[in-house]
Design a protein around this ligand. Structure first.
Ligand SMILES: Cc1cc2nc3c(=O)[nH]c(=O)nc-3n(C[C@H](O)[C@H](O)[C@H](O)COP(=O)(O)O)c2cc1C
Length: 283
């Protein structure tokens, strides 16, 4: 619900096309039809309030979206809006919302039949006890359950878990890039070792954030003495490795490849089924 004041006095309108568009500075864009009283208010006073409705506020959204300030004084409707005092703007704020943001207009642009009005947030409050109202297919909804993006769960032994957990170094998802070099039911593997751990799996590395994964893998393979021709199509394997109650999320970006005949032969071939993680990566 967008609140404003100006030539049409204090007002509120429903605006589903409202979104954050920058962190620093914190910017919110609203898309408003030029015929709305709200449009004229904001254009004149260069400020507005963004009041993100809580899921018990459907009737308020209904009033603010169903009538224009030209028709009635929506904020005065009996048993409806409770006003919250703003700190830096003159437009009122709506009580009981999940978020109230006070915005100063920084730019506006006509795009199609609506106008984008971008506001810089100068004050914001968030009520974490509330849940937002969702508007979808012209109906109001309540937020349902959390959906975890699907990951294949792979139970691994303690040694394997510790290997990847250490590599993840507290990152939520460990992102790896590896080469999938298959011959019949077998796959090429490499051995990895540090002071007190060793591990055997497909040739892989952990690329730096923002680096080209394919190039990083090519560099890694070359450095390992492997001459591999990679296919350009990345495959993604989203896994969770689990040992007892501990878990680590791992993404493997895989490139299928063919081993050049002149490759140094310190790597081994392994039948895929012998290792749960290797099986998950390669299947
Ligand atoms: C749920 C809902 C969402 C709406 N979203 C928008 C929107 O994003 N932009 C817009 O211009 N109008 C939107 N409207 C329509 C306005 O709220 C409506 O035209 C209102 O009467 C304008 O009020 P005003 O003339 O007092 O400013 C929406 C209406 C509803 C019910």
């Amino acid at each position: 619900m967008i609140t404003s004041t100006g030539p049409h006095r204090d007002n509120v309108m429903a605006a589903e096309w409202t979104m954050q568009i920058s962190y620093h500075p914190l910017l919110i864009a609203v898309f408003i039809h030029p015929s709305a009283a709200t449009f004229k208010n904001i254009k004149k006073t260069k400020e507005f309030g963004v009041n993100v409705a809580a899921d018990e506020q459907t009737s308020l959204v209904n009033i603010s979206g169903g009538y224009s300030r030209i028709e009635i004084d929506k904020l005065k409707v009996r048993n409806s809006f409770n006003i919250l005092k703003p700190r830096y703007i003159k437009a009122p704020l709506i009580s009981g919302c999940i978020i109230n943001a006070e915005c100063k207009l920084v730019t506006m642009k006509k795009l199609g039949d609506h106008t984008m009005m971008v506001g810089k947030v100068v004050a914001i409050r968030y009520d974490k006890t509330k849940t937002p109202l969702v508007y979808h297919t012209s109906k109001y909804h309540r937020i349902g359950s959390v959906i975890e993006p699907f990951r294949q769960v792979v139970r691994v032994n303690k040694m394997t878990f510790e290997w990847f957990f250490a590599q993840a170094d507290s990152r939520f998802v460990l992102k790896c890039v590896g080469a999938l070099i298959k011959s019949e039911k077998r796959v090429l593997i490499s051995s990895y070792a540090t002071k007190n751990r060793s591990y055997t799996t497909i040739p892989y590395t952990v690329p730096k954030r923002g680096s080209d994964h394919e190039k990083t893998l090519q560099g890694y393979l070359k450095q390992s003495g492997l001459r591999v021709e990679l296919k350009r199509v990345p495959i993604i394997k989203r896994l969770v490795v689990k040992n007892k109650s501990r878990i680590q999320r791992i993404n493997f970006i895989l490139f299928e490849g063919k081993l050049g005949s002149e490759s140094a032969n310190q790597n081994k071939w392994k039948t895929v089924r012998t290792d749960a993680l290797l099986h998950a990566i390669t299947s």
